[in-house]
Each structure stands twice: as C-alpha cells, then as structure tokens.
Ligand binder design. Sequence first.
Ligand code: MG
Length: 389
Amino acid sequence: MTVAAVIVAGGSGLRAGGGRPKQYQLIGGRPVIWWTCRAFLEHPSVSHVQPVIGEGHEAMFAEAVTGLDLPLPVIGGSTRQESCRIGIEAVGRHRPSKVLVHDAARPFVSAALIDDVISWLDRFPAAVPGMPVAETLKFAPGGLVSRTVDRASIWTAQTPQGFTYDGILAAYRKAEAEHTQGLTDDASVAEHAGIAISMIMGEPENRKLTTADDIVLADRDMTGRQLQARPDMRVGQGIDVHPFEEGDAVILCGIAIPHARKLKGHSDADVAMHALTDAILGAIGEGDIGTHFPPSDPQWKGAQSRIFLMKAVDLLEARHGIIANADITVLAEAPKVSPHVAAMRAHLAPLLHVDPSRIAIKATTMEKLGAIGRKEGIMAHATVTVRLP
Ligand code: MG
C-alpha cells in the first residue's frame, strides 16, 4: 500500500506578520514547514511527501527544508483548491492508493493522528480529523444575535484529510471541469462529489498557525518540546587565537569587519567561529576542529569557517542534540566589535538552528596587557550548552 502526503504551503500567509509567509517563520529554531514536512517524512506508513508552494517561494522553500529528503516542490495555483489539485495530480506518478493532504501551517501534527487517518481509509473513502465545538455558537448577522446554533454534531475541520487516491483525484477533476470554485478544504471537494467522509477525532495541539501570536506561542511550545525530549545537558568550551597580518578586514562570526589588518590562518581565520565550533565539539566529546579538518590538509586552505561550524552542528544533530545557548567573548583591542554583534547573531542563528536570542556575543579589550593588548592578534572564548536525548 502506497500512501502519499501533499503538504500545502501555497499561501502568502502575511496575516502572521514577520515579513514572510507564516509557513517560513521560525519556531523552535526551524521554519514551520520544516517541522511539518519532517513529521510526514519520519512517519513509517507515508512513502512520498510532496510539498506545494507559492510562486516565487522557491528559494525560501529550498533554504527552509535544508537537510530534509524531499522532492522538488510543485508550484500551486491562485486558490487553495487549485493548489491541492496540482499537488494531488503530482503524486499520481507514485500510484498511491491513499493520499493525505495537510496544511504546512500545522506543524504539531502527531504520528498517532497520521496513523488514525490512514487506518480509517480502510473503511471509508475519506476521513477528516476535527474537534467537536465546545463553545456555544451564535448566529449574529451584522453583530446582532438572531439565534443560538445547535452545536451538537458541529465540528471544526483539521488536516491531514485522507482520501482514497482515485476518489479524490476524480472529485478534483470534476470540480475543475464544472468550474466549481471556493471549496476551502479537500473534504468540501469530496462532499461536492458525493464521497462519504468519516469525521474522526483530531487533536487540540494540531492547530493551524495563523496570527503573529500563534507563531510566538508555537515557538515557545516547539522549543519546550525539544528541550523536554533532551534531558541530558552538556557544556562545552572553546578557545582560539589568531595573529594579525597585512590586510583590510577581519572576519568574526562570518561577518567581515573593515580593519587595517586581517587575521592570519590556514582557513579564513574566523577566530570566534573556531572557538564556537570547538565548544560544540567539546560538549559532545568529538575532538576539536583539527581532528576533523587537519591544517596539514591543503583542501581547507582559505576555507570558510562555516564549513567547520556546520560539521560540528551535523555531528550534534546526528545524535538528535540541539543547542540550548552559545556565549562568545571576543578579546581584541581593535577593531570595535559591538557595532557588528547584531549581524553576527543573525548570521549564526540559522547555522545553529536556534533563535538569535540564544546567542550572545560580547567583546572586551585586554587593557593593553599582553599580546592581545599589544594588538598582535585576536582571541575568542566560547561556551555552549547542548541538550541530548
Ligand atoms: Mg583557529
């Protein structure tokens, strides 16, 4: 039995603020859509995951799902109905017997709910999870209550909505041929085609993120879940120093700061990023930068230090670890670091998969004492806390 999942991410979702569609905003250090796609990729019964994205979102999507084993996305249409039809047509190449359609903006979908929807499809041609309405419903046109609606048998609909593949494909094609528009979910398309749909119990956590407040709460919730699943806390420390040589800029945490000198080293000599990398490697007992990138190896000459950092993060994440915080101190008489701290934090956050608020970068001089005080080079210290399962 082949089960395909279509992840619908076509919306521009700007109601949530934040300058980008809600499905690309960060919660728990990753874009919303990353969590959603991963939930389906990791599910043992789902064999194919097909994202449907908005036109012009290709680059944003590619960046958001880095590291996930996904096919190229398909580009959706101008309505949700159209985007779903395109996604459902696209998975036809895998000849699925069942298809699930899920909103990208529901990242808290559980494996148990996905299981439930799939197994109900053995008995019904369509299954839709939802929640029975608990509050009293008023019908109030123009703001005046005209009557109380009987809420018995009233449900709100969630996703993933599941269908036998051939049934929903035919229903979408029928709606398209009839030019039926404005069907806001897949179940409406199935209803329109007369398909019997089973309503099954959804989960309150499986909410759709819509507003800016939803994103803030989801960030807190996702972060909390990640931390709770990783009670093993480790601290790592890293120290590095590089001397100056002739040049015109120093690179610190990936940011080039104009200066009369540059730092000398085999790579780009990003002393702060090296200290940070060693701190992460230290926290997980994986040696240091030199272990993984021997300075004797010519291939690392002039290398960007983000390669080293990403290796350390990969090793951490291979053990299902996450970074809880990083605290970096740069010791330098010059150049002045503080004007660049915001840019450095913004640069490091997506590499570490954390919110910038979990990264601290501080700078101090050595009051003209010692080699650093004599402006012979720059030193950096870093402390990192990681959490492991
Ligand atoms: Mg170094």
